[in-house]
Write a protein that binds this ligand. Sequence first.
Ligand code: SIN
Length: 345
Amino acid sequence: MMAGGSPRPPGAGGHWRFIQHLYFHPASRKMQNPELKFVVLGTGGTIAGAATDASDNIGYLAAQRGIAELVRGVPALAEVALEAEQVAQLDSKDMDHTVWRTLALRCAFHLARPDVAGLVVTHGTDTLEETAWFLQRVLAPAKPVVLTAAMRPATALQSDGPQNLLDAVVVARAVGAHGVVAVLGGQMLGARDVRKVHPYRIDAFSAGDAGPVGVIEEGRLRRFRAWPQHGAALGVAVLPTDATAWPFVAIVTSHAGASGAVISALRAAGVRGLVVAATGNGRVHRELEHALLEAQRDGVQVLRSTRCGNGRVLDAETPALPSADDLTPAKARVELMLRLLAPAG
Ligand code: SIN
């Protein structure tokens, strides 16, 4: 895939953001229940991507199509009262804290509207799992916030975006829906569990050991278990306006030949939190572990996750380096950053 997104609009500075005029699908005026309105927030990704050749699944540009166009591309959505808003237009590998804050604020705004029953967020697949955990921890919404994405661009022969978008709306409309979930490939995955496990296949997402919360079949959600619960919202007020004020939290990997050199460099650069993607059951190379313990003694917060991709870190006794439980390293980084922004107690 080529890097990129839409060119920056003239005059836009820094991280650009634009809100298109709210798009209200004409057919939605015929909606049966005007109280059940849903907002679809677009942030870019492959779901909004375009290639010059329909059989090209990798040489495309992400974030080329506007959210209103994506919604219009799913005829069944004409029956739903939807508003569409473009919050960002980027390749999610370039997701940053400024866009996260903007997205959280727009979500909070629409969630507070009494006429809005739920939100759908279109996103790139690459960092969707981080955004899912970020939004869950910040908003812990009583209404549904459903993230969706696609592994094939909008122009592809095998484009999965339209079905995923439709399925996401089905989940947002489900009775009792709440919290942040992801909908991809016909599955509904919890914010804490969702992870990208394949770089190319359409079936690229998993919920690890937890498994999917449910599946979407022919416009219906079949739920296997209760909607996930994850505690109280931290609130958008904890998010600094200034991107440079977000705590610097990095991920380091334990591997054969690992050393403390990377920790020294990160500490010199002002790191405040470290997540170690440890081997196996949370085990860390002795050289790296020594440097991490030293950093922890000096006030850098450390969380220990596993690089295995599935499962959780199991400790027989209280560990010197606290474990991230079942959070993947990428989600543990989000968690640690938010803990630094909103220390408990
Ligand atoms: C992205 O993450 O924005 C590009 C890749 C994708 O959506 O599959």
